[in-house]
Design a binder for this molecule. Structure first.
Ligand code: SAM
Length: 272
């Protein structure tokens, strides 16, 4: 929510929204901090001057958008959560069968999260002697940030991005390309990267077995978070899992719709 007590800020917020970035859904403090970063970088001191600069220099919109969408991510970020997925959720999702295994990484940034999901599925299936079944996996990876999506599509990473991932997984599912590491083609093919603004309130589909949305909700205000929780619940099949970030909490009416499976790792399930 942008308070109406600051005309300069209000006008700037309206302008940014008009250009297609729905600032009003984000926490006010978060938006102000990020705009301040860009204003400092451009050497302007008032919201009105920054607005004039946006008029003069449209590429500044891109930089502002990059600043507003905080893209920090890593492979296997918060290892305990991934260990739980590896041990319990992935084996259940990859139960023998012929059907698709569908997951959605919402707010996937540069791809480390969706590729971690695909790597864990590949590892499990390889370990069971069912490598061919990896073709059943579909991981939709969505984000609003253009640059992050380009990186996710390239699927090449610096070794520093992999420090939390168990070494045997990194060795098996990433291949050296110059100074970087690239996700192995058979895993990369299972991840479908595309742009989706969570403000559009439309999930890519409504039959996911797992939705992972971590460290994204914290930037939104409470009404938007509640709307997103409902969208995630709507997008799961009965029995499907929702995984949110370790510092995020499910609240509001959706608590009637999802069962808490693991309070520490913030895993929920839609009743079967
Ligand atoms: C801190 S990163 C989290 C990345 C990853 N989920 C993780 O936990 O490592 C937050 C991501 O949310 C994305 N994001 C912010 N607002 C969004 C929106 N309206 N729609 C889709 N993605 C958004 C950002 O672009 C950024 O990539």
């Amino acid at each position: 929510m942008i308070p109406a007590d600051d005309p300069g800020f209000e006008a700037l917020a309206r302008k940014i929204s008009g250009a297609g970035f729905a600032v009003e859904a984000y926490k006010d403090k978060c938006i102000r901090r990020r705009i301040a970063v860009r204003m400092r970088a451009c050497g302007v001191h008032t919201y009105a001057d920054y607005q004039a600069l946006l008029d003069r220099n449209p590429t500044e919109y891109e930089r502002l958008r990059d600043a507003l969408t905080i893209n920090v991510t890593r492979f296997y970020r918060n290892a305990e959560t991934w260990n739980l997925l590896r041990r319990e959720l992935i084996p259940r999702l990859c139960a023998p069968g012929a059907g698709e295994i569908r997951a959605w990484s919402a707010g996937c940034s540069s791809g480390e999260e969706p590729y971690t999901i695909a790597i864990l599925a590949a590892e499990y299936l390889d370990g069971c002697g069912r490598s061919g079944e990896l073709d059943r996996l579909v991981v939709d990876a969505t984000d609003v940030d253009r640059l992050s999506l380009e990186r996710a599509m390239a699927a090449r990473y610096r070794p520093e991005n992999l420090t939390e991932m168990p070494a045997e997984l990194a060795q098996r599912y990433l291949e050296p390309v110059g100074h970087e590491l690239q996700i192995a083609a058979r895993v990369r093919r299972r991840v479908f990267v595309r742009r989706l603004d969570l403000n559009s309130r439309r999930p890519p589909r409504r039959d996911y077995h797992m939705v992972v949305c971590r460290n994204v909700l914290i930037y939104f205000d409470r009404p938007m978070q509640e709307r997103l929780f409902q969208i995630f619940a709507d997008s799961l099949v009965p029995g499907g899992y929702l995984v949110i970030g370790k510092v995020e909490t499910l609240f509001g009416a959706v608590r009637e719709r999802l069962i808490l499976v693991d309070p520490r790792e913030r895993v929920y399930r839609r009743p079967a």
